[in-house]
Design a protein around this ligand. Structure first.
Ligand code: ME8
Length: 665
């Protein structure tokens, strides 16, 4: 019998910024679901990718002194590299600048147009570049209601999609398929948004060049969301011809679009309406998860409260991060990210509970049975204690499966930990180390250790989608062949059940998988790596002088005098300077900028000693949003040249004495 298919997607990520823990979270959840569904017997295809068009990307590229394609190439490569470093597997990767994607977007547009849902119109109003969204309900100050950033006034002739006629059809679909939008709270939000009435949606842009051209409409490119959503189909062959489209026919509609809550409207309103208009089947489910907030705010580059995954990966390994993110967040709700909670969970759940269960069970098998799994002896069963773990083990399999089928990751993991804790307690009350001293208790000792090892096997199989690398290692230490991935959580012959652990198996080499860590030291190390990474990126992100660029390239990266005037640079004088503890590259300065004294953290400690800087007059960008570096607030930025291949910072100063606070123009 062919396996049932399961096609799932992450959002395709904007290339205007480098990936942080939020993007990593969605990808980790998707990777976990893919692994879990494979164990449930599905043929799984996971698509991810990068969203590379639109005004936001065009602007970020310009700010970095790069052409949009070059810029997109770099960030898209960053994403792929990160997923590889973290061991996140995907089956399809779609970049919206690929020709196959442009063809698909044009194909779906033509289908929508042919059905009569496209007309020409004029848009006059506010636009939010950050959200790539027309804003009809700007705040009194003219800011975007979604993200709070200033909007800009635009007036353009565009092609519109007749979204308004889909109001009733969408509502009927939501009613008929309650699982279409999850969780329930998001479904209610979307339904009330749609009940409030839908306006036609402009799906082309004439002010913008960085996009996919509308077929036959010179000067118009597609609105970035019309473009981006189609990636879910273009990435599997929609718009291709012949055999290349076979996968699309097999996989579409998607079984699950995994998204963050801020983009649920695009997925649950616009996307199904486009598909209905084109006469195509709708995805089965859109699951909107909550946000990781840090210091009580959604992470964002401009707020400077971003957590990056690499430093955590370097100190704790990816599996610990995966476990933490899935256990800590109730899927669908917001959750606060804290290093303290991360390290607490690492030490208590992974090192103490799971790690300890593995190491004590295996060590006793090594010590008392020469490394060979003993056979249980039913005549020595002690129902008072043994029954608890049989019940917990069967309960863990059932409840974990039920919870993961419903995307309740945290709760599913609770059941596995209930089993782990039950077995750890069991080992305390049955005290095998005492049984080992009495030759007449050898059969009972064998039963106790077999029960513990069998529980460890079940725990390890269940945790395999969440912690693939660590569970592979523990599996091998248990002496089992292959990987826990091949265990099945369906009704096939490999089905995970109590009682399958074969006695006489020789266990593998015992090695700690989650060594206990000193919490403060580990946090310090993560933050130090973070600061180093930040300093390296800041240096790399400085626009580089182009050597011999063509006139067209130079034109593309030029900015207007108004753009330049937005950056406020002043003469500052360094009043004090000191090193930031634990960060080799950072100095904390107090700088007088005329009107006030500012605290600024700068990545210049490898070039300048604190003493060298005292009294120095330097250039300060004073109107940047404050950000935190290694937990120290930085309120401004020093201007420096980035010199040599390693980008050594050299501060800009003045040829003659200048007044503190004077503005640079
Ligand atoms: O929205 N917590 O791309 P994007 C949890 N290109 N998840 C977070 C998060 C946080 N703090 N920050 C980001 C786009 N995410 C569009 C999508 S799809 C056709 C186009 C996750 O790069 C979350 O899943 O801004 C969110 O939806 C996604 O990253 C946004 O990524």
């Amino acid at each position: 019998m062919p396996k049932p298919k399961f096609y799932l997607t992450t959002p395709i990520y904007y290339v205007n910024a480098r990936p942080h823990i939020g993007h990593t979270y969605t990808t980790i959840v998707a990777d976990t679901i893919a692994r879990y569904k494979r164990m449930r017997g599905f043929e799984v295809v996971l698509l991810t990718g990068t969203d590379e068009h639109g005004q936001k990307v065009e602007q970020s590229a310009r700010a970095a002194g790069k052409g949009p394609q070059e810029f997109a190439d770099e960030v898209a490569a960053d994403y792929r590299q990160l997923w590889q470093t973290l061991g996140l597997d995907y089956d399809r990767f779609l970049r919206t600048t690929e020709p196959r994607h442009a063809k698909a977007v044009q194909t779906i547009f033509q289908a929508v147009e042919k059905a009569g849902y496209i007309h020409k119109g004029k848009y006059e109003g506010q636009y939010c570049v950050f959200d790539e969204l027309y804003v009809t309900d700007a705040t009194p100050e003219g800011n975007c209601p979604e993200c709070g950033r200033p909007t800009q006034r635009v007036e353009e002739e565009n092609y519109f999609f007749q979204l308004s006629v889909f109001q009733d059809k969408l509502l009927a679909h939501y009613e008929k398929h309650p699982e279409f939008i999850r969780p329930e709270s998001r479904r209610n939000e979307v339904m009330s948004f749609v009940r409030g009435g839908l306006r036609d949606l402009s799906i082309s842009r004439s002010r913008l060049r960085w996009g996919i051209p509308l077929p036959g409409r010179e000067g118009h490119v597609f609105y970035v969301w019309f473009d981006a959503l189609t990636s879910y189909m273009s990435g599997i062959g929609y718009g291709a011809e012949g055999a290349a489209a076979e996968e699309y026919r097999r996989l579409w509609p998607a079984d699950l679009h995994l998204v963050g809550k801020e983009i649920v409207r695009f997925h649950a309103v616009y996307w199904p309406a486009f598909l209905m208009a084109a006469g195509l089947p709708l995805p089965k489910m859109i699951f909107a998860h909550g946000w990781w907030v840090f210091e009580q705010q959604k992470m964002s580059k401009s707020r400077g409260n971003i957590v990056r995954p690499q430093p955590i990966h370097q100190v704790l390994g990816t599996d610990a991060l995966r476990y933490f993110l899935l256990r800590e967040m109730v899927f669908g709700q917001d959750s606060n990210f804290s290093y303290d909670a991360l390290l607490t969970r690492y030490n208590s759940d992974l090192a103490n509970d799971y790690g300890n269960l593995a190491s004590r069970t295996l060590t006793m098998i090594e010590r008392y049975f020469n490394g060979v799994i003993p056979a249980p002896d039913a005549s020595t069963d002690d129902l008072e204690h043994d029954k608890d773990i049989w019940i917990a083990a069967n309960g863990a399999i059932d409840h974990f499966t039920r919870c993961f089928d419903n995307y309740m990751f945290s709760r599913g993991l609770d059941f596995v930990w209930h089993l782990i804790n039950t077995v750890n307690r069991y080992l305390v009350v049955t005290h095998p180390w005492k049984l080992a001293k009495d030759e007449s208790k050898r059969a009972r000792l064998a039963t106790v250790l077999w029960n513990a090892a069998e529980s460890l096997r079940i725990v390890t199989a269940l945790l395999s989608p969440v912690m693939p690398a660590a569970t592979d290692r523990i599996w091998r230490q248990l002496g089992l062949a292959g990987s826990p991935k091949s265990v099945r959580l369906d009704d096939s012959r490999n089905k995970l059940d109590w009682g399958q652990l074969a006695p006489s198996t020789r266990i593998g080499k015992i090695e700690p998988v989650f060594p206990r860590l000193d919490k403060n030291q580990a946090i310090k190390k993560i933050q130090q790596l973070e600061a180093e990474e930040f300093a390296a990126q800041t240096a790399a992100a400085q626009p580089t002088a182009r050597k011999g660029g063509s006139v067209a390239e130079v034109e593309q990266t030029r900015i207007s005098i108004e753009d330049f005037a937005k950056v406020e640079m002043r003469v500052g004088e360094v009043k004090s300077a000191e090193r930031v503890a634990g960060a080799n590259k950072l100095l904390k300065l107090l700088v007088d900028i005329g009107s006030e004294t500012r605290q600024i953290v700068a990545g210049i400690a490898e070039t300048y000693s604190p003493e060298q800087l005292l009294g120095k007059k330097i250039v300060v960008v004073v109107n940047l949003q404050p950000r935190k570096l290694r937990g120290v607030e930085s309120n401004g930025m020093l201007v420096a040249a980035s010199v040599g291949a390693e980008g050594r910072p050299v501060l800009a100063t003045f040829a003659e004495d200048v007044e503190v606070g004077a503005r640079l123009k």
